[in-house]
Write a protein that binds this ligand. Structure first.
Ligand code: MN
Length: 399
């Protein structure tokens, strides 16, 4: 039996990757990384939520073993379009949650948006697949549960978020050296210099124009409101085992320094580079090795002015709300995440103002029952209750 497995390993040297959320910004860039290193990596699973045409094109190009569309209404279309290829086709969220435990998979890249990432990530950890974690909401919602599960199963969680990849890179070779502080950089987003009056009238079109990073709609709105940075503070706590007071956010509009770590001797290590997500994606795949990358290099003759500012939690209340959720712990981050998903969607449909998003999140935090030690079922219940409350608050604005 052992010999047979060994022989199989020898034949299948390429790492088999499952990309959950392959048609999104991270997913498509992950496919570019795999294409550039096709001698090392192979696509085993592709999944998408709704974008069936993009998924079909990806499947035809990469010919994975399995393709799944979450929205079951697209199943027939997907099956028909790929009928000439030897690909297994499934539909539905349950199929995505189950596929991650397939024996051949080495790495699961969690690149779907929001709370939907929780269940498949839990299953992938249980199946001991290396997790390339791009879905930060998983750690925001249930960081304690995920960490404990990963510890028990011995499953590595490799950050894909650029800030956390930067911290992770700074920590390489520092085993046993205590962290004094993690310093997360923030671009400040498109409204960094806006006053309250200007913020009260900003539109989704303005919010969707991020100065430095090209990302999906949800995370771009989160970046404009700084909820993204708040979530990254929570994510940093669980990934690096630091206390809330050891996590600092600094606004660095040029996005050249991707984040930093300060050690107890006062040394600060930073990771710098072009703002290109292909680097953190590739590093999560190749860790602890570094591989060649073909994208542009940092040109120091061009970045002559690196600046730093304190974040303003009066104008960007979401950052303060996220810190509050982190301090209150329990199911509070789960409540904030659910309320945020509701208000971001409402903002994208012109049903709530930019500043109104924070009001509704704060009210939801005060209305949903607080649980100090939630289990998985409590998180599921908290998520649906917080969504119900936040949605009701969105609708009440018009009464
Ligand atoms: Mn980030």
């Amino acid at each position: 039996m052992e010999n047979r497995n060994f022989a199989k390993d020898k034949i299948k040297m390429k790492k088999q990757i499952a990309i959950l959320g392959s048609t999104g910004s991270i997913g498509t860039q992950a496919l570019q990384v795999i294409e550039e290193h096709s001698d090392l990596y192979e696509v085993y699973v592709l999944t998408a939520n709704d974008r069936v045409q993009e998924l079909i094109a990806q499947a035809r190009k990469f010919v994975p073993e399995i393709v799944i569309i979450a929205n079951e209404a697209h199943y027939a279309c997907l099956k028909e379009a790929l009928s000439d290829l030897p690909i297994k086709i499934y539909a539905g969220a349950d199929a995505i949650s189950q596929v991650v435990s397939e024996a051949s998979i080495d790495i699961v890249l969690t690149a779907m948006v929001g709370y939907a990432g929780l269940k498949p990530t839990i299953n992938a950890i249980r199946a001991r697949k290396a997790i390339a974690l791009a879905n930060k909401e998983t750690l925001v919602v249930a960081g304690e549960l995920i960490n404990e599960l990963a510890r028990v199963c011995g499953t590595p969680i490799l950050p894909v978020d650029s800030e956390h990849s930067a911290v992770f890179q700074c920590l390489t070779g520092e085993i046993g050296n205590p962290i004094e502080k993690v310093i997360l950089t923030a671009s400040g987003g498109p409204f960094r210099t806006y006053n309250m009056k200007q913020l009260s009238t900003v539109t989704k079109e303005q919010a969707l124009k991020h100065p430095n990073w090209n990302m999906g709609a949800k995370i771009t709105i989160d970046s404009a409101s700084m909820m993204n940075k708040g979530f990254e503070v929570i994510e940093a706590k669980w990934l690096f085992g630091v206390r809330p007071d050891q996590i600092e956010v600094i606004v660095h509009p040029q996005s050249v320094i991707h984040s930093m770590v300060q050690f107890e001797d006062g040394a600060v290590k930073a990771q710098l580079g072009m703002p290109d997500m292909r680097l953190p994606i590739q590093y999560a795949f190749s860790y602890p090795d570094r591989l060649h990358a073909s994208f542009p290099r940092l040109d120091f003759s061009q970045c002559t002015n690196l600046t730093f500012e304190q974040p303003d939690t009066t104008r960007f209340r979401n950052l303060a709300l996220a810190y509050e959720a982190l301090h209150r712990a329990g199911n509070m981050p789960c409540i904030v995440n659910a309320a945020n998903e509701v208000v971001v969607s409402a903002f994208l449909h012109d049903k709530v103002s930019f500043l109104g998003m924070s009001d509704i999140i704060e009210k939801t935090m005060n209305r949903v029952a607080f649980l100090q030690k939630p289990d998985y079922d409590d998180y599921v219940m908290t998520d649906s209750e917080a969504r119900r409350v936040a949605l009701e608050l969105v609708e009440q604005q018009y009464l």
